[in-house]
Write a protein that binds this ligand. Structure first.
Ligand code: AMP
Ligand code: MG
Length: 421
């Protein structure tokens, strides 16, 4: 059951000024309702989408007992015990797509290729490397078990068994599986429409000249990329100055055209005051200080009918908060039932890392595999404005709340970026 954002702020363990990462994830997941709208698409267009219904297999896969090897098909009970081999008579060939249709008599065998239908009466295949053919016939080794190298009809999927599960991400393997069943179209959930914009007086778009103290708006590009990768339909609303009317217009436009709104900047203490007031008029929004670094301030809630994630302005904090909170929320809203954040790996830290206890840190790391196992080093300066650290990294080094500085040689948790960055 989903609760409203207001109910969440009444929970016993709710503390907006020091919200642990796990709690924040849990609170967010409690108020999300997946979209229900579906569309029917050709399977190639379903790649990266979410399957909207259980799809049973219309056929047995494979459709016949067949050979797992290039070799010789025979009846196991025909083997003459007491010696290493049994001589048999070759009576035909079964190719993939061109079966042997005759009968197989006692001590007769059929040349067979991988995927070819097992001739009626044969139950075992001897791989060709183990068989010789000479004037006395085909020399079949006696040491194979009955049924060896035979694939059974329906061993992959039985007709009627669920082949595609509702809530699954449709991957290249699903594409192949659907094709193997002769399924050309499936129902998927509609793409999530995600509107995004940046706030900040200092922001300029690419193509304009920078004045003193101005910077290019990079978050809109990072966010665009992450939304694309997450299989959403991104809607770029541009950047807006920190003025109540500009921001109100932005939120009204965003909530009118989207399922989800993602913004960056303007949620830190002081800056956020007028935004807070406005969002409470337009919807229900909670402002949190998450006990993490980077990414301390964050806002979540609803604006009109749209879910809202107000990310901090710092470029690295944007990627970290998106990855830790927004990405999995989007997966839930997309209807995915199989999504999990990538599990932590254990790796040996190769450099000293400075940290104070009290917050979870997501440092940017480079993970490598060595002869003695995983090793990880950080990308150097971990300032939350240093976006280049994200481009060099392939993982987060996750240092828990209670952890302080960590010496080289110690084992730490690592979370791979996995398709997001
Ligand atoms: P804020 O959270 O708005 O206080 O922003 C924190 C820092 O992130 C400031 O240095 C901003 O200039 C920077 N910043 C905010 N928004 C963006 C953006 N869209 N692109 C690049 N940097 C940004
Ligand atoms: Mg700002």
């Amino acid at each position: 059951m989903t609760s409203t954002i207001r109910e969440i702020s009444c929970a016993d363990d709710y503390d907006p000024n020091s919200m642990p990462v796990d709690k924040a994830r849990e609170f967010i997941s409690r108020f999300l309702s997946p979209i229900a709208d579906t569309e029917r698409v050709p399977i190639r267009s379903a790649l990266g989408r979410v399957v909207a219904e259980d799809v049973p297999s219309p056929i047995d896969v494979p459709g016949h007992d067949n050979s797992a090897m290039d070799g010789w098909a025979y009846r196991h009970s025909d083997l003459v015990q007491g010696g290493p081999i049994t001589a048999m008579k070759r009576i035909g060939t079964s190719y993939a797509g061109k079966p042997y249709l005759g009968n197989v008599g006692t001590r007769e065998c059929v040349r067979i290729f991988t995927g070819a239908v097992m001739p009626a009466g044969c139950d075992t295949v001897a791989m060709q490397e183990r068989v010789t053919e000479n004037a006395e016939g085909v020399q079949i080794p006696n040491d194979l078990k009955a049924g060896q190298n035979r694939r059974f009809r329906g061993e992959d999927l039985k007709a009627g068994a669920i082949a595609l599960n509702q809530g699954a991400l449709f991957t290249p393997a699903h594409l192949g599986l659907a094709a193997s069943l002769g399924i050309g179209e499936i129902n998927v959930y509609r793409k999530l429409r995600v509107a995004f914009f940046s706030t900040g007086d200092e922001l300029k778009s690419i193509g304009s000249q920078l004045g003193v103290g101005e910077i290019y708006d990079s978050n809109r590009y990072t966010i665009f990329g992450m939304l694309e990768r997450a299989g959403c339909q991104p809607i770029d609303l541009g950047n807006f100055v920190d003025e109540p009317e500009a921001i109100r217009t932005a939120f009204e436009r965003a909530s009118a055209c989207s399922d989800v709104i993602v913004t960056s900047g303007g949620v830190s203490v002081g800056e956020a005051d007028f935004i807070k007031q406005m969002l409470n008029e337009l919807g229900e929004v909670l402002f949190w200080k998450i006990a993490m670094k980077p990414g301390r301030p964050m806002a979540v809630g609803k604006v009109g009918g749209a879910y809202f994630f107000g990310l901090p302005g710092n470029p690295v904090a944007v990627t970290v908060t998106f990855y830790q909170f927004v990405r999995n929320a989007l997966a839930t809203l997309q209807g995915r039932s199989d999504y999990k954040l990538p599990p932590y790996l254990k790796a040996k830290l190769t450099s000293h890392v400075k940290k104070l206890p009290g917050r979870t840190e997501f440092q940017r790391g480079i993970l490598t595999m060595t002869e003695s196992g995983y090793e990880v080093k950080t990308t150097g300066d971990q300032g939350s404005g240093i976006l280049s650290s994200m481009t060099q990294a392939n993982c987060f080094v996750v240092l828990g709340t209670d952890v302080g500085s960590v010496e080289a040689g110690q084992i730490v948790d690592v979370q791979m970026f996995e398709g997001v960055m």
